[in-house]
Design a protein around this ligand. Structure first.
Ligand code: CTP
Length: 423
């Protein structure tokens, strides 16, 4: 078993004499337990058959952008995103030109334009086509867009000439795939989107929905100057509130004490303690989605001292603690007006998945976003997050992403789930 077992490749096969080598590539990927979903261009059918590709990949082959059956089973956007990496082998001059110019007139080019994953291409063409100025320009543009190239190699061409243009051998492509999969394969969001999430227009999927988000730590006073707190910065929760707003929702953010600005367009309520937060949540509900991203303090002192405790007190007294109400569990177990989707977070330092699964059940959540907050993970206060989504029907590990990307992906996921849920 290779370390990449379970990874998923979307393989696009173009028309070219090298297409037969794609079959060997599929076989070698499968040997490493990397799953392969193949898409063939119309021209590829002249060189290999969908049946031979399907028999080696163990999965059906997609060919047609306008197939209603395909679209009903798995939309082309989904197809382009569920993989960990998109590989084009062989990549023809024609497809590279389409990619470089953002054309999307068949399934392969549409998937390449719509994907949010890195793309690795193995070009194969006649050497004059490879060296032709338009191809040289297109390759330079694609490289600067972050497309990874493997090959082409020098060699004898099927057409009798010698030079660069031969597709890399399957083992070389495999090595390039393995190297790419070992890194972060997510494509950063386009700069225009990062600068202005509303650039997505009205297609956010949460128009007309209400979303309530908790974020940040809570402070539990011990006396007028001291409190119990934790390291939460609120960055992830605030990013989720902003992403939900950008997706069109009416958002209420209930924030503990943080050093962040209120997200534009989001009704933000500032609270200090867990009990204040709970009250604010109850007042903000009902909603379609509740997301508990706050790191609520688990304990408080039964009664904060009215005056500052003098330092000598530690010698004679221990600090009594009682448990705070569990805000998320109260929402998840609501009998009336329970949000259609209740999402919790699980911050763990060990046995991440087991503890997160237990939390999901114990707190009546639809989804738990689990993250490792152990030493070295740098989640608290940091700008990146590596999370695993845990639902009743399975789990999904996301690569390390910026907190804004985690937020956008999570919100897109919730919007889809909500649209699938029975009204
Ligand atoms: N949570 C909450 N109210 C609390 C404690 C936690 O709403 N009093 C929510 C958090 O917002 C988060 C989830 O519950 O969505 C899990 O929080 P976490 O701190 O990981 O778990 P705890 O329930 O506090 O359990 P433990 O500290 O034992 O891991």
């Amino acid at each position: 078993m290779s370390g990449l077992s379970g990874k998923r490749i979307l393989l696009i096969i173009c028309g070219g004499i090298a297409a037969y080598k794609a079959l060997d590539l599929v076989r070698r990927l499968r040997e490493r337990e990397i799953s392969v979903r193949a898409v063939m261009t119309a021209a590829a059918h002249h060189f290999v058959t969908p049946l031979s590709v399907a028999s080696l990949s163990g999965d059906r082959v997609f060919t047609d952008l306008f197939s209603l059956t395909d679209e009903a089973e798995i939309g082309h956007i989904e197809l382009s995103r569920e993989a960990d990496l998109v590989v084009v082998a062989p990549a023809t001059a024609d497809l590279l030109a389409k990619m470089a110019h953002g054309l999307a007139d068949d399934l392969a080019s549409t998937l390449l334009l719509a994907t949010d994953k890195k793309i690795l291409v193995a070009p194969a063409m006649n050497l004059r086509m490879w060296l032709a100025p338009p191809t040289v320009r297109n390759v330079a543009a694609l490289r600067s867009d972050g497309v990874i190239f493997t090959g082409p190699a020098n060699g004898d061409m099927a057409c009798g000439e010698y030079g660069p243009g031969r597709m890399s051998e399957p083992l070389e492509i495999l090595a390039a795939i393995e190297a790419a999969l070992a890194g972060d394969t997510a494509l950063p969001l386009p700069a225009a989107y990062r600068a202005n999430p509303l650039a997505r227009g009205g297609a956010g999927g949460l128009e007309g929905r209400r979303v309530v988000v908790t974020s940040g730590p809570t402070h539990e006073p011990i006396d007028p100057v001291r409190y119990i707190a934790n390291r939460s910065s609120g960055k992830q929760g605030h990013a989720i509130a902003a992403a939900a707003r950008a997706a069109g929702a009416e958002v209420t953010l209930i924030s503990g004490p943080v050093a962040l600005a209120d997200p534009p367009g989001v009704a933000t309520i500032h609270v200090e303690t867990a009990r204040d937060m709970q009250q604010a949540v109850e007042a903000a509900l009902p909603a379609d989605i509740f997301i508990g991203a706050a790191a609520v303090a688990d304990w408080r002192t039964p009664e904060a001292a009215p005056g500052k405790l003098k330092k000598g007190v530690a010698a004679t007294q221990t600090l009594p603690l009682i448990e705070n109400p569990d805000i998320l569990a109260a929402v998840g177990r609501r009998k009336q007006d329970r949000p259609a989707l209740v999402v919790g977070f699980a911050a763990e330092t060990e046995q991440l998945i087991e503890h997160a699964q237990e939390k999901r059940l114990a707190k009546g959540c639809d989804l738990i976003v689990a993250n490792n907050v152990g030493a070295g993970a740098n989640v608290f206060g940091g700008d990146r997050n590596e999370v695993t989504l845990i639902a009743a029907d399975g789990m999904e590990r996301w690569p390390s992403l910026s907190k804004a990307e985690v937020a956008a992906k999570l919100v897109a996921r919730l919007a889809r789930k909500l649209s699938e849920a029975p009204a």
